[in-house]
Design a protein around this ligand. Structure first.
Ligand code: TXA
Ligand code: MG
Length: 351
């Protein structure tokens, strides 16, 4: 299969190209497209054959369900029953955060959704992305679009069309290239089927923002350094994820001097073992580091949004540089920092 890439500069002027992508979705094909978070690999959420193609192209375990992307509010209760216990809160959250990087897990999935999408679970994950290309594509396809991240299972998520091409070339029909994605990490997954509602995966909408409308919301205790249960509520969370090819080691310290000392000690240690060390560090650290190792700047410590935007792209860059080990600086867990640190810990193999 030849994987085409079409550049979309302006949704208004590119209707024909997006229509072409919508036709592919309608006839059961696979299209990768940008969202505000990362690139996703989309298929018709109502077509079990198309859904199976997604799992095959990514090498995704079949027990890891897919988020369904919609472009209008009416679609929510076409796919999930309007449960009295959460209908009100769903409406409040949707009004405040959609379109945007918040995925809601609702009970109970309606029959229209094939079991392949939800990996046989009776709950459904829905979101409305804040990206014009994505919204136009969903509208033109006239079906909800199920879409996981458009990477090979386990690899860092793609934030550019080129990243998607690296992983899925020859396995999917089309990539819509809308440039690099803004947020750079995935949506926040919020489980509304239990009380209090739980964040199963931190992402583009922070705990602090959610607390303003949902004061009792909590982060899934499984995410806070504890072990993952065999039967995790969000099954994807139990798999190794976001990993660059070289092992990644976290360097914890918010104090610059201490951080520089730790980094230098680790460099010395690994260089004695004849290892090529790569560094993923902030601009602030880079300014004072007196070593000439390969170092990629992920952003400023004062701008966590810049760091989330660059995170996955930098992990992928290291793969092309053939380093033996990556030392990665850690960041504050406030706001989007929670999602950044979650991805970094997973990339380091810490659950
Ligand atoms: O920003 C995002 O959310 C991106 C873009 C493409 O929209 N999507 C994304 O998909 O990150 P993926 O497949 O990489 O992660 C989806 C996560 C997995 O951890 C999966 O287990 C969970 O969502 N999930 C999906 N459907 C679920 C369901 N019905 N019940 C529980 N967890 C679900
Ligand atoms: Mg993923």
């Amino acid at each position: 299969m030849v994987t085409n890439i079409i550049k979309i500069i302006n949704v208004q002027k590119s209707k024909k190209e997006i229509q072409k992508a919508a036709e592919i979705i309608k006839r059961g094909g696979l299209v990768a497209f940008p969202r505000e978070t990362i690139y996703g690999l989309g298929a018709n959420a109502l077509d079990p054959r198309a859904i199976r193609k997604i799992f095959k192209a990514k090498g995704r375990p079949l027990d890891n369900p897919l988020i369904i992307h919609i472009a209008d509010y009416e679609s929510i209760f076409k796919m999930a029953k309007r449960e009295f216990s959460y209908a009100q809160i769903t409406e409040t959250l949707v009004k405040k955060f959609w379109p945007g990087p918040l995925t809601l897990i609702l009970f109970k999935k309606k029959k229209i959704i094939p079991d392949e999408v939800t990996a046989n679970l009776n709950i459904v994950a829905l979101r409305m992305p804040k990206n014009k290309i994505a919204l136009e594509l969903i509208k033109m396809a006239e079906v909800p679009i199920a879409a996981p991240s458009a990477n090979l299972a386990g690899r860092p998520s793609p934030t550019t069309a080129q990243h998607v091409f690296e992983d899925l070339r020859g396995k999917i029909d089309l990539i819509l290239d809308g440039g690099s994605t803004e947020i750079g990490v995935e949506s926040t997954i919020l489980d509304l089927t239990i009380k209090p509602p739980l964040i199963l995966r931190p992402g583009g909408i922070s705990l602090e923002e959610l607390k303003k409308v949902l004061p009792d919301v909590k982060i899934d205790p499984n995410l806070l350094g504890g072990k993952f249960k065999e039967k995790a509520k969000s099954p994807g969370m139990k798999y190794r994820h976001y990993a660059p090819k070289a092992p990644l080691i976290l360097v914890n310290s918010s104090n610059l001097k201490e951080r520089l000392k730790k980094i230098e000690e680790l460099i010395d240690f690994y260089q004695k073992e004849k290892k090529e060390v790569g560094l993923m560090i902030s601009q602030e650290t880079k300014n004072f580091l007196k070593r000439d190792n390969i170092s990629l700047v992920v952003g400023s410590r004062k701008n966590l949004k810049e760091i989330s935007h660059n995170l996955f792209a930098i992990l992928r860059k290291f793969d092309r540089m053939k380093v033996d080990i990556i030392l990665a600086e850690t960041f504050s867990e406030k706001g989007i920092g929670c999602a950044i640190m979650h991805r970094l810990k997973r990339a380091a193999g810490i659950k």
